[in-house]
Design a protein around this ligand. Structure first.
Ligand SMILES: [Zn+2]
Length: 308
């Protein structure tokens, strides 16, 4: 793997977003310091994974430029693209796949689009990027991106492309983190870029006002668990990687939680009652305080089930 170690400046997980109960904008602190990080790169089964731009960026060099999965924040786009060129010895990004439309994922879109790169995403991601959006996870308005920054090739479910002599597959994770999540599978490397629904070290975030829904979240884990092998390396949107075996364990955990949340629902619990019942207490030592995740998961069930 051609990775220039000059860019290996720091290792370890990026700082984690401070936990707080919804509806506080949980990414606000991250937004303020988003331009302050160095770009790191590490080898994951022959793929380059860049950190520090706002999310994990999975990269593969090709003869006509690099393929990237996600692109970090716009404020970090120039430094990330320079790091990619330096590490992979590529002159441009040929293909960029957005796992979803959150600002941490799409910050390189404009530069890549202006340079003639192909931008692949779920159709919902393309629609979201074309308009102003609101989210319980972010302060203020998430502005529409310029036309050149919008995806040029979309799918509603599955797709694949040939790149640098290998097949790269992508597939919808229904209503897991947003309502337009894709994961990207590199079978030759036994690596999956899983995007926002997955985390190794903290509870995932559900953008429940923008389509994330506990039913889809659990279904997405079932899809991932069916695709991974035990030793598959799974790269989440943030932080350290997981294995396929970890994904299967988490799938079991979330399926059990799903049943428990409906038991709570049938008792007439509100979100605070669910948090106080501590249905994930056996996992708090590993993943931290689940209050924010539980509240989002439960509110997603309430939103979909209780008519207003
Ligand atoms: Zn996200």
């Amino acid at each position: 793997m051609l990775i220039n170690r000059r860019f290996l400046l720091r290792t370890g997980a990026p700082a984690l977003a401070a936990a707080s109960l919804l509806p506080a904008p949980v990414f606000a602190a991250e937004q303020k310091k988003a331009g302050a990080r160095d770009i790191t790169v590490r080898d994951v089964n022959g793929l380059a994974v860049f950190g520090g731009a706002g999310c994990n960026v999975v990269a593969l060099p090709g003869p006509e430029g690099a393929l990237l999965v996600d692109g970090g924040r716009a404020v970090n786009a120039a430094v990330l693209l320079k790091a990619v060129s330096g590490a992979l010895k590529t002159k441009r990004v040929h293909t960029l796949i957005n796992t979803h439309w959150h600002p941490e994922q799409v910050g390189c879109n404009e530069a890549v689009g202006k340079d003639g790169g192909v931008i692949v995403a779920h159709e919902v991601t393309r629609l979201y990027l074309g308009r102003d959006s609101h989210s319980a996870l972010y302060e203020g308005v998430i502005k529409a991106v310029p036309p050149k920054a919008r995806p040029t090739k979309t799918t509603f479910n599955t797709g694949s492309l040939e790149f640098a002599g290998e097949t790269v597959e992508y597939r919808y994770l229904p209503a897991a983190h947003t309502n337009g999540d894709l994961f990207v599978h590199f079978p030759k490397h036994n690596v999956i870029a899983a995007g926002g629904p997955v985390s190794a070290v903290r509870w995932p975030v559900m953008d429940y006002l923008n389509g994330a829904f506990m039913h889809g979240f659990v279904r997405s884990y079932e899809i991932l668990a069916a695709v991974v092998k035990p030793d598959t390396i799974v790269v989440p949107a943030d932080g350290p990687t997981l294995t396929g075996a970890d994904i299967v364990r988490q799938k079991d955990m979330y399926e059990a939680l799903f049943k428990q949340l409906f038991a709570h629902f049938n008792k007439g619990f509100g979100p605070k009652d669910v948090v106080e019942a501590r249905p994930l207490k056996d996992y708090e030592a590993q993943f931290g305080d689940p209050a924010q995740f539980l509240e989002a998961a439960y509110r997603s069930i309430q939103l979909a089930t209780i008519p207003y």
